[in-house]
Structures are given as C-alpha cells and as structure tokens.
Design a protein around this ligand. Sequence first.
Ligand SMILES: O=C[C@H](O)[C@H](O)COP(=O)(O)O
Ligand SMILES: C=C(OP(=O)(O)O)C(=O)O
Ligand SMILES: [Mn+2]
Length: 474
Amino acid sequence: MEHSNRESWRALPAAQQPDWPDRAALRSTVSALSAAPPLVFARECDTLLDRLGEVARGEAFLLQGGDCAETLDSVSAESVRNKLEVLLQMAAVLTYAAAVPVVKVGRLAGQYAKPRSQPTETRDGVTLPSYRGDAVNGLDFTTRSRTPDPARLQRVYHASAATLNLLRALTAGGHADLDQVHEWNRDFVALSPACRRYERLADEIDRALGFIRACGMNTSTLRTTEVFASHEALLLDYESALVRTDPDTGRRYALSGHMLWIGERTRQLDGAHVAFASEVSNPIGVKLGPDADPDDVRALIDLLDPHRTPGRLTFISRMGRGRVRDRLHGLVEAVRGTGADVVWACDPMHGNTFTAPSGHKTRRFDDILDEITGFFEVHRALGTHPGGVHVELTGEDVTECVGGGSEVCSDHLHLRYETACDPRLNRGQSMDLAFRVAEWYSAEKRRLTPPRPEPATHHPEAVPTRADYVPSLA
Ligand SMILES: O=C[C@H](O)[C@H](O)COP(=O)(O)O
Ligand SMILES: C=C(OP(=O)(O)O)C(=O)O
Ligand SMILES: [Mn+2]
C-alpha cells in the first residue's frame, strides 16, 4: 500500500472509542508501547497475505475462529492449547472435505476490545459504562472496574505476546502433528452422539493418512503448521502505537497481529478505522451486516484495496440466517464487477444472537449452520468461491450456544456460561460444525460428479446375432 496520507485517520471521527478519564496516563502508555518490540513480524503478515490470495482465487479455505473477547485472566497454557487444538481439529476435517489447504487464523493474541450497542449498562437502578473488553475496563459491575484504565493496554500487549509465544512453540514444536490431530478427531467421533453420522468421513480420512504413510511419503511436513493471529482493530490508540515501518520495504504494518478487521459498527467510509487500515499493509477484514449495500463494498475496495492485491481484503459477511440469501447476492456481484480478488468469509454468529428467557445472550447451532448453508448457496449460484468461515469458539466445554450434537438446551446455559461478551461454540459444537460443513462438500461433490455409465453387463439377448450385421435381403 502507499502511505502518502500517513496518519490521516487522526483527523477523522473514530466510533466506539473509550472515554479514557486519565489522558496523561493514556499518553504515557501509548508512548511506552510505541517503543516496545512489535508482536508480529512484517514478513509473517506478507505470508498471510499470500495465503489469503490463494483463498481469494479459490485455491484454499479460510478458518478464522476464537473468542468473542479474550480476557486477561484466561491466558493460560491450557486455554491457548485448547483453542489451538480445536482449530487444528476443524482444519483437518475441512482440508479433507474441501480438498484444498486450510488457512488457520485465530481470533486471539489481541482480541481484547469490544464495540457495544449501548455505551452504558443499568442494573438495579445503577448505571455504569458498558464493558468494552479487558483492554479498556473490567467485567465486574462496579464503578472502579468499569472505569476505562489505559494501564490495561500494556497488560493486553504482554498477554498477547505470551499467547503468541505459546502458539508459535506449539505449532512449530510438534503439537500440530496431523496423525495426532486425527486421533483427537477419532476420539471426538467416538464420544459424539452423532458418532454414526461422522464415522464414515473419519474412516475416509484414516484411509487417506494410511495411503500417505504407505507411499513412504515424508510426513514431517505434517508435524508443523502455520497459525496466524487476528483481532478487531478497534482501539486506534493501541493499534497506532504498534505500527512500524518495515526497514526493508519502507511499508507500514500494524504489528499487533497478522490480520486486523474492521467491525460492523466502525466501517464508516469517512471514519478513522477505514482510514487507519488503508495506511497499513496487513491483510484487512471488514464485517458486512445486512445493511451493507453494493456502493459500500465498492467504496471499501477503492479505499482499502486500490491496487487490487489478491487477499488484501476479506469481506466477512454476518447477515443472519434469515437475510443472507437475500442480502449477500448483490454484494458478491458488485465485488465481482470491480475486479478485486477478495476473500469472502461467513461469520454465522453475529446475525443470529438472541436473548434466552434466562437472560443469557445465545445462538442456535442450527441457525449458525443455516447461515453457512445460505452463504454457500449464494456463492454456488454466482460461481464464486465461498472462501471460509469466521466463528466465535472456544476449546472448553462451555454452555453458551444451544444445539449441536450434544444438545445444549436453554436450561443448560447457566451451567458453564463463561464468555465475557458473545456466546461461543464449545469444542464439540465446533467439531459438529466442521463435520457438517464437510458433509456439505461431500454432497456438492456428488452433485457435480456426473453419474458414471453403468458398466457393460452381459445380457445374452444383447449379443449381436448374425442377423444384426448381415444385410437384410428384404
Ligand atoms: O461481538 C460483540 C458483540 O456482538 C458486540 O460487542 C455488541 O454486543 P452488545 O449488543 O451486547 O453490545
Ligand atoms: C463485534 C463483532 O462483530 P461485528 O462487528 O460483526 O458485530 C465481533 O466479531 O465480535
Ligand atoms: Mn462477538
């Protein structure tokens, strides 16, 4: 990207920024972060850009997932490992089903800031600022906890560094070994109430791995993998403090994560978030809700991907199951007309949230699946690539979304409702989702494969007789 208007975003309105009471403390935190080492490396962002270019061209599939809101207290070896494992398990199933590489991008190591529908929350007549993520304030409903505190930005930086460090160690150190990941998948299938349904696919993967080994192929490349980090670029003070110029190329990168996205509430064309993203070279995502129109997407492409770099832009559609079939079609058509090679991803979570009678924010597994199905149908009708999925999930057995193979119902929500913001798929529901998407691919393959001609069978009456080739005398 060209950055002639470096930092032009500072003059533009920025939605959803916290009201930091202590501006001097904010300035000192920002200046400390500006001097700190970056969290990721520019070349890694370029690698992800290449991978997303493959997704945009239909040669790979994107799996982006993780918490709605990471919390500082939940950064433990176990929780990071569990999240990584569920992403790897889903990716193994999806790689086999889609028969293309799966690009794995976590919503992690930086997903600490939340846009909110309401600036304040009232409980029992007491009104306090809404929780905006651990980067800003605390979830506890007290004045002290809900007051935005800039010192949290530094804690987020260190927590993200620790998460990335572990992620890199696990992915490079053998924890991503495909045979092992497949064993975890076999365990999931064995224990799943939908065991019979998923067994056939798991057996097919078994045979494929057996074939690779039998051919004596070197499976060492299957022991390590790439997992990238992404988060919503919401807090521009934090993000801009971690922008660095790459000494080799002179290009600027937001080095708080590999990929950043702009949320549905901050994608104003004349707003600071879009301008900020236009000034850095990372792969950029933009959420598109049901009100996005073709002019919006064309303008976003001109602002964020003026050079039409494949994979630079990922449009993350989050329409809701009832509207995806109707709203997405026109947007995909509009993008096609621009010549941009964007990634289309489906976020089936944010358009399907509702409040259960118990007061918990939740989502139904079947609605999530239906939105993904609608997303695939739209792309099938247009002949475009349904590039991937973007989901809120966790590796823990929480009870936040209802449905799925183990049938979490609304009466169970209180049992392990642990999210700080939106309801996540638990480990089993995430795997259910991967297997169900895989089933969609299998059905699609059957649909597209013309039936083979029946093998010739021997019918005595069909055997030509002399009369068939001796011209009739008649
Ligand atoms: O991802 C998060 C939520 O969807 C977003 O913060 C809005 O949530 P709210 O409507 O509870 O504020
Ligand atoms: C806030 C989020 O999504 P959206 O911007 O699509 O509402 C999110 O991804 O957590
Ligand atoms: Mn969310």
